[in-house]
Design a protein around this ligand. Structure first.
Ligand SMILES: Nc1nc2c(ncn2[C@@H]2O[C@H](COP(=O)(O)OP(=O)(O)O)[C@@H](O)[C@H]2O)c(=O)[nH]1
Ligand SMILES: [Mg+2]
Length: 328
């Protein structure tokens, strides 16, 4: 399960969003963590088609990091898989665009500090150690970018070796991020924020998240001009920002969504279900969600010859339904 850190200046609504997430999910054992279901309409469709007894969503963990931009808070943000940046767009004189600039500057400064101290050490090591020479080169490129007040995501660090070196620093400006504007009830994403930014009315959604009946909750939100729950949009966007794809399994027992690294081959996907399935992987029966829905059921698809048989080298794609054949 991936971790999303909730980042922002004080009093922007981070803890309010966190409360809404907690009410919709569970606390995962710690007071500052909320484990929530990733919304996925395909699961209910498959559950109905296969009459599954259980439906299990992919999950993601949100962390309301105590301390925010303190040394301790920053250290915790470094361990996160993605960041959810919350901006105040509700109070008087709010200026979310300016606020985003401040948050980004804060992240850049923290990366610059840690990369520069790493660079200093790497330079010393490079005098006697050949391996450290490559490290110096990457860190120099990174620090040059940060000195121009630019985030690392704007640089080219796509080389796996570069990534490996940088990963040791948990750089904040290289993490995927989702920008969330905390707006007045029913408000839109304020102008000037990057494409893909999301609007939520945190206070309202925290209240509504406590309502058990989903239809009643929607009605309440609609009364305030909120058509789609912002909370779902936040969860969905954060999950999508991660470098993941979702594959599915379905049958009489359960219909379930699983997460796996983008580009993963079939055995690695099998391993997301259970290590035995990866170790003993033989082959996978595969059908895309859309094709299965069109066929009407797994059995109908099988009868039509619409199931494919794929081996160890198959790269799983978003929306694949897998049935793993294995022997241990
Ligand atoms: N009007 C309004 N107030 C909000 C909203 N979200 C948060 N607040 C208020 O803003 C203050 C700070 O919120 P909080 O979630 O604790 O901010 P944090 O410091 O970022 O964790 C609290 O008094 C909240 O009730 C909102 O969507 N609308
Ligand atoms: Mg807070």
């Amino acid at each position: 399960m991936k971790d999303i850190g909730i980042v922002g200046l004080p009093y922007t609504g981070k803890s309010t969003i966190f409360t809404a997430l907690t009410r919709s999910g569970s606390q995962g054992g710690r007071s500052n963590q909320a484990v929530v279901d990733v919304p996925d309409e395909r699961l209910q469709v498959l559950t109905d088609i296969e009459s599954s007894k259980k439906t299990v969503h992919a999950k993601v963990r949100f962390v309301d990091v105590p301390g925010g931009f303190t040394a301790q808070g920053i250290a915790e943000f470094r361990t996160m898989d993605a960041l959810c940046i919350v901006l105040n767009a509700f109070g008087p004189d709010n200026d979310p665009v300016k606020e985003l600039g401040s948050v980004e500057a804060e992240l850049v400064i923290n990366d610059l500090t840690s990369i520069e101290s790493g660079l200093e050490k790497a330079r010393k090591r490079a005098k006697s150690q050949k391996e450290a020479v490559a490290e110096v080169a990457v860190l120099e490129r990174a620090s040059a970018l940060l000195e121009q007040e630019r985030p690392l995501r704007e640089g080219d660090f796509s080389d796996p070796e570069d990534r490996k070196i940088l990963r040791g620093y948990g750089p904040l400006t290289l993490k995927p991020w989702v920008i969330v504007a905390n707006v007045e009830e029913g408000g839109d994403v304020p102008g000037g924020l990057p494409d893909g930014s999301i609007a939520i009315s945190a206070a309202l959604e925290a209240e509504v998240a406590g309502v058990e009946d989903p239809a009643e909750a929607r009605e309440l939100l609609a009364g305030f001009g909120v058509e789609e729950p912002g909370l779902d949009k936040v969860i969905d966007a954060c999950y999508r920002a991660l470098d993941l794809i979702t594959f599915l399994t379905t049958g009489a027992d359960e219909t379930r969504a699983w997460e796996v690294r983008k580009g993963a081959k079939a055995p690695e996907a099998a391993g997301a279900i259970h290590s035995d399935l990866e170790r003993g992987f033989i082959r996978a029966e595969v059908i895309h969600y859309d094709t299965l829905v069109e066929a009407g059921s797994w059995d109908a698809a099988k009868a039509k010859g619409a199931l494919r048989v794929e081996g160890k080298d198959y790269t799983v794609v978003e929306g694949d339904i897998l049935n793993i054949r294995f022997a241990v």
